[in-house]
Ligand binder design. Structure first.
Ligand SMILES: Nc1ncnc2c1ncn2[C@@H]1O[C@H](COP(=O)(O)OP(=O)(O)O)[C@@H](O)[C@H]1O
Ligand SMILES: [Mg+2]
Length: 277
């Protein structure tokens, strides 16, 4: 461990977040993981463990392989070598992920479908075009209420702001009641204030008892966003990506974005990333 890898903590923020209390079970375990596309090596010999109920952010230079790693965790890419295992809440090691939600930078909504219909789309695809049940509809309304869009269920995407469209995308990702949520720059296209508001809402959803959601892995380019949300920040060096540093963020929730401790943590991570870029 380098001198820079000590945990981030402010004088007034000694305690870790409630999410990190108690014994932990692994959610994702990677050992000597290598991932590539043909001859292109992207992730090079990376090992880590992410615990259940943990929020981890992936930071690193553009093109280093963050989305690639996320896609592999989602089971959409097969590693070249090494192992990548997901553990579900029943403590069974599985190759596939029983309950994983995915969300991207673009909301990817169908313009001719209402909010409710967009949220129900994955269920319809799973049903092969058959009518969704009233239980599914009730679930869709539930997740829309979680993202505070209950009164917009009949609106079309063009009637929604960028932030609201991302809320719909989040609701759609929550439809399967995932244990693990994988986010690829989910708020990257939003203005700063909207991003901060959605960050807070995401934390609330993560902590609420209304979902099974335990673990979140988020790719972001925003250092303040990573520090505001995460238990740990994984810092990757340029491609082929190595996991250069794992930075625990030991600031108590709710994190005060105006505090000196927060600013110190952000500048610490920024200097770290620069040293690896
Ligand atoms: N489907 C693909 N086929 C070939 N190369 C790819 C593919 N997807 C990504 N890459 C390459 O892999 C590298 C890492 O990409 P990516 O994981 O998207 O980086 P990041 O998300 O960190 O910006 C880049 O050089 C990119 O060009
Ligand atoms: Mg990416």
């Amino acid at each position: 461990m380098s001198a820079m890898s000590k945990p981030l903590s402010g004088a007034e923020c000694e305690a870790s977040s409630p999410q990190s209390a108690g014994p932990r079970q692994a959610a994702i375990t990677a050992s000597d993981l290598c991932i590539g596309y043909g001859d292109l090596s992207v992730i090079d010999n990376v090992s880590f463990r992410i615990d259940q109920r943990e929020f981890v952010s992936l930071l690193g230079p553009s093109g280093c392989g963050k989305s690639t790693l996320l896609r592999a965790i989602a089971g959409l890419l097969t590693p070249t070598s090494g192992s990548l295992q997901l553990q579900n809440s029943a403590n069974e090691v599985t190759d596939s992920k029983p309950r994983v939600g995915l969300m991207f930078q673009k909301p990817l909504l169908l313009p001719w479908r209402t909010t409710l219909e967009n949220v129900l789309l994955p269920v319809e695809i799973e049903l092969g075009g058959n009518r969704v049940s009233s239980i599914d509809e009730a679930r869709a309304r539930e997740v829309l209420s979680l993202v505070q869009l209950s009164s917009f269920e009949d609106a079309y995407p063009k009637q929604l702001s960028g932030g609201m469209q991302q809320r719909v995308a989040l609701a759609r990702a929550l439809m399967s009641d995932p244990d693990l949520l994988l986010l690829d720059e989910p708020f990257g296209a939003l203005d700063e204030l909207t991003r901060e508001m959605l960050n807070e809402e995401l934390l609330e959803i993560w902590r609420s008892a209304d979902t099974r959601l335990k673990t979140i892995v988020m790719v972001t380019h925003s250092i303040p966003e990573a520090v505001a949300l995460s238990d740990r920040v994984f810092v990757f060096a340029a491609r082929p990506a190595k996991l250069a540093e794992v930075v625990p963020v030991e600031l108590e929730h709710p994190r005060d974005l105006e505090s000196q401790a927060f600013a110190k943590s952000v500048s610490y991570v920024r200097r770290l990333i620069r040293s690896f870029s």
